[in-house]
Structures are given as C-alpha cells and as structure tokens.
Design a protein around this ligand. Structure first.
Ligand code: ZN
Length: 285
C-alpha cells in the first residue's frame, strides 16, 4: 500500500524531476509563501485592498510549468491559500495544466510567464502592492541610495495582464532580483546561483526580498518627508557602500557563528506561522 495518496494523484509530466513527495512539499512551500505574504499585508494594513492582489509562484524543476496561487470562486485571500486553491500553469501557453476546475488563473499571469521566459535561472516570482513602494514609484524617489542592492524600474502603472506589459516589465527586471512597478508595487525573484552551485533560494527568499524592499522604500519616504527634496545627500557614499559589501563578504555573521538547523530567512516568523498552518491543514484536510 502506498504511503501517500499523492503517488496516485500526480501525473509524471507535471512533477518533472521531483518525486510525488517532493512535489507535494514544493506545493506546501508555495502555499506557505502566499500565506506569509497575506500575514504581512495584514501587518502593514494592506488587507483592505490587496489580499487578492499578490501572488507567489515557483517553477517545477524539469518542466516548463510553475505553480501559483489561483483564484477560487468564494474567498480569495492570500492568508487563506490552500493546496486546493493552487494552479499549475504552462509557461509557453499560459494554460492551466492542473488545479481544481473552478479555481481560475490569476489575472496578472503574464507577470510570471514573461519573467520565467526572459530569465531561465529564475525559480520563484512574487508580486505585491505595498504603500511605500507605490509612493516612492509615484514620486520618482530613489530608494537605491539607502540600500546595497540595485533594482530595475518599470516606468508604467499598468497591471501586467498581457505580453505588451509583461515583456517590458521583465526587461526592466533584467538581471536584478527586484523590479519596482511605478505606482503599482514591486516584483521580486529568486534565482539559481550564478556560480553554478545549487541554489538554496526559494519562495521564502523571494517574499523576504519583497518585504525588505518595502522597508527600504519606507525609509526613503520617511527621509524625504523629514528633509525634503535634498534627501539624497543623507545617503551613504559609494565608497562606504563598497566597503560595506567587502566587509559583508569577509565577515558574514551567519558564517562566523552558524546556528545548526537555523536559516535566517526561512525562520522568519511570518513564514514559520504560514508553514505550520499549511502542514496542519494538509494533514487534517
Ligand atoms: Zn499587481
């Protein structure tokens, strides 16, 4: 007798290189990442409009498909995503290849397909609407000066619902991990390591990147409102940023005093809460 039902339920072509158990685990991670974004939305007060507007996807290794939050017919909230409300999408055709019949494909599906097509190294994509990213985009503020990572800018407020908007958005992302969508929000990605190593990245890193970007935009906005249009002069110089990067490489806190079994990203409280609920639902439901 098989140990799990999933051995029966998942056709080989949908799970690619993964075993049935690994495939189910990947789906749980997609659920947890979407839920974690939902909890974040609640924390930042965006749950009144944005709970249906964000989405996290993960590419299925060995296939040309990805798994993403779908749109169920009843309550469509990020904090309530379940294994049953995910859909699997073919990147080339944008067709739903797996998922419950009544669960629809997300409206901004080109946001995911266009990134996966432009960036074969990308393994996870997430998108959200958050206040400070929208404000900085609308006013043309430059959060780069208070951060250490560069990012792309898509200079249009449109939703990404066609290749006409998706292709230039993916082009604006370029090789970055973040693209700001002016007046709309942001998109973050996780990618395979450029050093040819197996990536430890996944949807968890993707949503944390989006959350950190929002924090950066919040700092930028607060400096701007405190000191006005000369805010850029309070940024660190290029020299200091280069020095900070060098020191981060040579003396990473994580590497100096590693904690066995701990991961700074995957142990974030939002994600842990979401993952615990996801597993409990998967077992009980
Ligand atoms: Zn959007």
């Amino acid at each position: 007798m098989p140990k799990t039902q999933s051995i029966y339920l998942v056709p080989d072509e949908l799970r690619g290189d993964l075993t049935a158990e690994e495939f189910r685990h990947l789906k749980r991670r997609v659920v947890a990442a979407n839920k974690a974004m939902g909890y974040w939305y609640q924390q930042i007060g965006r749950d009144y409009t944005s709970m249906t507007a964000g989405h996290v996807s993960v590419k299925v290794p060995g296939t040309n498909t990805f798994i993403v939050k779908g749109r169920p017919p009843d309550r469509d909230l990020m904090s309530e995503v379940t294994l049953q409300t995910l859909v699997q999408i073919d990147i080339s055709t944008k067709e739903k290849v797996a998922g419950e019949m009544e669960v629809a494909t997300p409206g901004e599906i080109e946001l995911h397909t266009c990134v996966y097509e432009a960036r074969p190294d990308v393994i996870s994509v997430c998108h959200g609407h958050s206040n400070y990213a929208i404000l900085c985009g609308l006013l043309g503020l430059n959060p780069k000066i208070f951060g250490s990572e560069d990012f792309g800018v898509y200079d249009r407020p449109h939703t990404i619902t066609s290749p006409e908007t998706g292709i230039p958005m993916a082009k604006a992302l370029g090789q970055h991990s973040i693209v700001m969508l002016k007046g709309h929000g942001a998109v973050a990605v996780s990618a395979l390591s450029t050093a040819g190593k197996l990536s430890r990245e996944g949807p968890e890193d993707c949503i944390m990147r989006l959350i950190k970007f929002e924090e950066l935009c919040q700092i930028t906005w607060q400096v701007f409102t405190a000191v006005g249009k000369d805010y850029e002069k309070y940024a660190f110089s290029d020299e200091i940023i280069q020095e900070a990067r060098r020191l981060a490489i040579t003396s990473s806190t994580r590497d100096r005093f590693p904690t066995p079994g701990k991961d700074m990203t995957k142990d974030q409280c939002y994600y842990n809460a979401a993952m615990a609920r996801t597993f409990r639902e998967a077992i009980e439901g």
